[in-house]
Write a protein of this length. Structure first.
Length: 264
C-alpha cells in the first residue's frame, strides 16, 4: 500500500473522458475528499486543479491535525462529464506514517483507468511513471466489476498475449507461501481482447465478492501462461471489497463495472 509520511504531500493527476473515450473537460470543477478506510466521514476535501484539457490534479498535505500515523485512508473523486456524474470514485488508498520524507504516491506508478462503462460519462485515469509498482483494486460488495489491463514491458511495448492463458487470482495474504491455488478466494480466466496490444479484461461478479471479508486487503496477480516455460506475471497488487449500502435484495438495479487499465 502507498505510504505517505505525516507532513508529506499527496499528489495525483487524472484525466476525464466523454462517453466516446475522448479527453474532455468536466462540466464543472471535479471535487475530491479523503475518508478513513472504514468510514464515509469526510476528513478534508477540496476542488481539483485543472492542468490541461480534461486533466486535473489533487494536491494536498497529509498533516498531523487531520491524519493519524498508521491510519488507512481513501481518496475519492467526483466528476461530471456530459451530464453524467461518477461520484466518489476511489482513486487510491494510502497509509499515513511517521517520518520526515515527503512521500508521494509512489505506488501509483502505472496507468490506472477507472471507467464505469455500463454507466458512461466521466472516466478517471491516474497516471504515474515506473512500472514496478503494485495496483490497488477495489470493488463494492455485491456489485459486478470488469477490470481491464493493458500490459506493457519495461520498454513500454505491449506484451504479446497471443495463445496465452491469462489467469486472475485473489488470495488471502496469509496464503503467500501456499504451493498451489487451493486457498484462492477468487480465480478467473481473463478475456484476452487484443493479444498483440497486451489487452485483457477480467470480470468479477457481485456474487464473487461475498466470500471476501470487508476492508481486508487480499493479494492478487495476473499471470500469463503461453506454454511450457513461458509463464509470466503481468500485474501484482492488492484487492479489497468495500461495503455497499442497499441490501434490500440480492440483485442490484445498477451494477458498477470499474475497469482499471495498468500499463506494465
Amino acid at each position: 500500500m502507498v505510504e505517505i509520511a505525516i507532513g508529506g504531500y499527496l499528489s495525483v493527476r487524472f484525466n476525464c473522458y466523454n462517453a466516446t473515450g475522448a479527453t474532455a473537460n468536466a462540466d464543472s470543477t471535479p471535487t475530491w475528499r479523503i475518508v478513513a478506510a472504514n468510514s464515509d466521514t469526510t476528513i478534508i476535501s477540496g476542488n481539483c486543479t485543472s492542468r490541461s484539457t480534461g486533466a486535473y490534479e489533487v494536491y494536498t498535505q497529509i498533516d498531523a491535525s487531520h491524519f493519524t500515523a498508521g491510519g488507512v485512508y481513501h481518496l475519492l473523486v467526483t466528476a461530471t462529464v456530459g451530464g453524467v456524474t461518477d461520484a466518489d470514485v476511489l482513486v487510491t488508498a494510502f497509509k499515513a506514517t511517521t517520518g520526515d520524507t515527503f512521500a508521494k504516491l509512489d505506488a501509483i506508478q502505472s496507468e490506472i483507468e477507472e471507467l464505469p462503462r455500463n454507466v458512461g460519462g466521466a472516466i478517471v485515469t491516474v497516471t504515474g511513471g515506473a512500472a514496478e509498482s503494485e495496483l490497488v483494486l477495489v470493488q463494492r460488495r455485491g456489485d459486478d466489476a470488469t477490470f481491464s489491463f493493458t500490459c506493457l514491458d519495461s520498454a513500454g511495448q505491449p506484451i504479446d498475449l497471443t495463445d496465452a492463458n491469462v489467469t486472475f487470482t485473489v488470495k488471502p495474504q496469509t496464503a503467500r507461501e501456499d504451493p498451489d491455488d487451493s486457498h484462492a478466494v477468487i480465480q478467473k480466466t481473463a478475456n484476452v481482447i487484443a493479444p498483440s496490444e497486451g489487452r485483457c479484461e477480467v470480470t468479477v461478479s457481485g456474487a464473487d465478492t461475498e466470500v471476501c471479508e470487508l476492508y481486508v486487503e487480499y493479494d492478487f496477480d495476473l499471470q500469463a501462461d503461453a506454454g511450457v516455460g513461458k509463464v509470466r506475471t503481468l500485474v501484482v497488487g492488492t484487492y479489497q471489497v468495500l461495503p455497499d449500502v442497499t441490501r434490500a435484495s440480492s440483485d442490484h438495479i445498477v451494477s458498477s463495472s470499474i475497469p482499471l487499465t495498468t500499463e506494465y
